[in-house]
Design a binder for this molecule. Structure first.
Ligand SMILES: Cc1cc2nc3c(=O)[nH]c(=O)nc-3n(C[C@H](O)[C@H](O)[C@H](O)COP(=O)(O)OP(=O)(O)OC[C@H]3O[C@@H](n4cnc5c(N)ncnc54)[C@H](O)[C@@H]3O)c2cc1C
Ligand code: FES
Length: 274
């Protein structure tokens, strides 16, 4: 049967996990999203409020998928007000996805905040390939750390380690995730780096990866309206993040003048990262 991914599917929220005071995971039944590739995203409609791109998070339950959402502004706050039994709409999954080079034996996964969601889907695949994984989880403070146990459980069948950093040193290593990355890649060789998180973190991850000539795949975020390559609200330089990405590799990333420098607000106005 031909499935129209652009048609909104109404799904019922079956479970809400409170990951941290500001982050919740919403689990729902959807066979299509359950099979999404790591890094693909849904356009998630909060009825009467907003439609937002959200990475597909892993759910171990049959035919279920999930999104892990930080309460930030208008749309995500409206989603955080939803509970078990409420309906939301989804379309997709859209976009390209993280890929695993056939020669890779050792991977470094750099996640910041909810950027960990697509990396958890990826981690499951890396584990199936018996690729050794180092996961670095960066958070501001202890109470904002999540997915540490999830990552350890997920990767239990392969050689792995999970390193947590907090900006204030309240848990794990004190400092930025990128400080830990710089220390680790200074003494260990990796075949590939994967990253998703705040853009300034990803820019730094990219800079470190380039200085050690490491292949890198980064999942970028831009404001999205259509999610399917029509409106151009998600552009980065001449590329559309929804259609050409959201995952870009070391071939394309160096050509982006906007990467880690500017993004566009809802009206399309360029905003400089400060
Ligand atoms: C492919 C993709 C996957 C995503 N996956 C997730 C996910 O798994 N979980 C999740 O919580 N969110 C995810 N997002 C982000 C999400 O779509 C929303 O942007 C986020 O929830 C904020 O929406 P809002 O309506 O709550 O905030 P808004 O009211 O739109 O804005 C909140 C604030 O964020 C600022 N802002 C907007 N865009 C950027 C930017 N690029 N860089 C810096 N600041 C910016 C705005 O200026 C504003 O100050 C993803 C985005 C993309 C493109
Ligand atoms: S969101 Fe419309 S073109 Fe990408």
């Amino acid at each position: 049967m031909l499935i129209n991914l652009n048609k909104i599917r109404s799904v019922v929220i079956e479970e809400v996990i409170h990951e941290t005071p500001t982050v919740k995971t919403f689990i729902f039944k959807d066979r299509i999203s359950n099979k999404a590739k790591p890094g693909q995203f849904l356009m998630l409609w909060i009825p009467g409020k907003e439609e937002l791109p959200m990475s597909v998070m892993l759910s171990k339950r049959k035919d279920r998928a999930a999104v892990t959402v930080r309460k930030l502004g208008y749309g995500s706050t409206a989603l955080h007000e939803k509970s078990v039994g409420d309906k939301i709409g989804i379309r997709g999954p859209y976009g390209n996805f993280f890929t695993v080079p056939s020669t890779a034996n050792k991977a470094l996964l750099m996640g910041g905040g909810t950027g960990l969601a697509p990396l958890m889907r990826l981690a499951e695949i890396l584990c199936d390939h018996k690729i050794a994984c180092t996961v670095i989880i960066g958070a501001k403070t202890k109470e904002e750390v999540f997915f540490e146990t999830f990552a350890n459980d997920l990767l239990s069948d392969t050689h792995h380690r999970v390193v947590v950093t907090t900006d204030d040193g309240s848990y794990g290593l004190e400092g930025k995730a990128t400080d830990a990355m710089a220390d680790i890649v200074g003494i260990e060789k990796f075949d590939i780096v994967y990253t998703c998180g705040p853009e300034l973190m990803m820019r730094e991850v990219f800079n470190i990866a380039m200085s050690y000539s490491l292949p890198i795949q980064a999942s970028l975020e831009r404001h999205m309206k259509c999610g399917i390559g029509i409106c151009a609200s998600c552009c980065i330089d001449e590329y559309l993040v929804c259609k050409d990405g959201a995952v870009f590799d070391e071939d394309k990333l160096p050509s982006f003048k906007e990467f880690g420098k500017t993004y566009r607000d809802k009206s399309g106005r360029k905003i400089f990262y400060s």
